[in-house]
Design a protein around this ligand. Structure first.
Ligand code: NDP
Length: 248
């Protein structure tokens, strides 16, 4: 599979640039920015499970085909702690039960998640040979701390949003807890911190590609979300930034 690894790795960097440019002009049509001009829709819960599953399956496949050691097991645990949550727990507990997502978004995400899990899994478990002593490197320790901090911010911020609605409720409210007091999209901030942590703790180009893609994908959406809140709610706190407290 060596012959497809390099092109896919390079394509993820290009993908990030293209995504950033497009998303500055067009809002990805799901959630609060849903737009029915993007073709047929399917239930959101199902869409999230289908589109995130490749990340769980492909990474696990490469782990099982690697020479399993302690560090490989820690890598797979870190990855799956995020992706089992994103693929199953996040959608299954989502409120606003009958919401829909365009099939186009699901297809695009399956493609991206498959490429991303392939390059990350293939590099970490097949190409590289991380020794167990890797876990004593400063970049592993600092990267892991970043990942954990990002994970807590992401999961807590999604939990705050979920608790704004009762079952079946599709309305939007102003979130007032946790990091939501500072920024419009703390869940995205947490996600970005997580994958920067992953890039550092694996010290890998695929990890870097994923972190850059996540930034390219979520910075424009965080800016769109802040605009949306300001348009929808006249009492939306004026001091809230989009993504980075007091800065952006
Ligand atoms: P949002 O913040 O837009 O929505 C998260 C959930 O909360 C949705 O169910 C949404 O409902 C609901 N919600 C949002 N705002 C409100 C509000 N003001 N009042 C009531 N309910 C609200 O996040 P996304 O859906 O874009 O992303 C979900 C998760 O996936 C995030 O953790 C994000 O970090 C991650 N993600 C990661 C990406 C990556 O590139 N790595 C890409 C995209 C997402 P509704 O669906 O009805 O709007």
């Amino acid at each position: 599979m060596d012959y497809i690894y390099q092109p896919l790795l390079i394509s993820e960097f290009f993908f990030a640039i293209i995504t950033f440019v497009i998303l500055l002009k067009i809002k990805a049509p799901y959630g609060r920015h849903i737009n029915t001009n993007f073709g047929p829709l399917i239930p959101s819960k199902l869409g999230w499970i289908i589109m995130e599953s490749p990340s769980v399956i492909i990474m696990f496949y490469f782990y099982l085909n690697s020479s399993v050691n302690l560090v490989a097991t820690i890598f797979i645990a870190i990855w799956q702690i995020h992706y089992l949550q994103r693929t199953f727990i996040f959608p299954l507990f989502m409120k606003g039960s009958n919401k829909k997502i365009p099939i186009l978004i699901v297809i695009f995400s399956i493609l991206f998640n498959s490429i991303n899990a392939f390059i990350n899994g293939y590099f970490i478990f097949i190409i590289s040979s991380y020794e167990n002593s890797w876990i004593y490197n400063w970049y592993f320790i600092f990267g892991l701390v970043l990942f954990i901090v990002g994970y807590i911010i992401n999961v807590h911020s999604d939990h705050v949003l979920r608790s704004l609605r009762v079952n079946g409720d599709k309305a939007y409210y102003i979130p007032k807890k946790g990091m939501h007091k500072l920024v419009a999209a703390p869940n995205y901030l947490g996600e970005i911190i997580e994958w920067c942590g992953w890039a550092l703790l694996t010290l890998s180009l695929p990890g870097l590609a994923f972190a850059i893609f996540t930034i390219a994908n979520l910075v424009p959406r965080a800016l769109s979300n802040l605009n949306w809140y300001n348009q929808e709610f006249s009492d939306y706190p004026k001091n809230r930034k989009a993504l980075i407290p007091y800065i952006l």
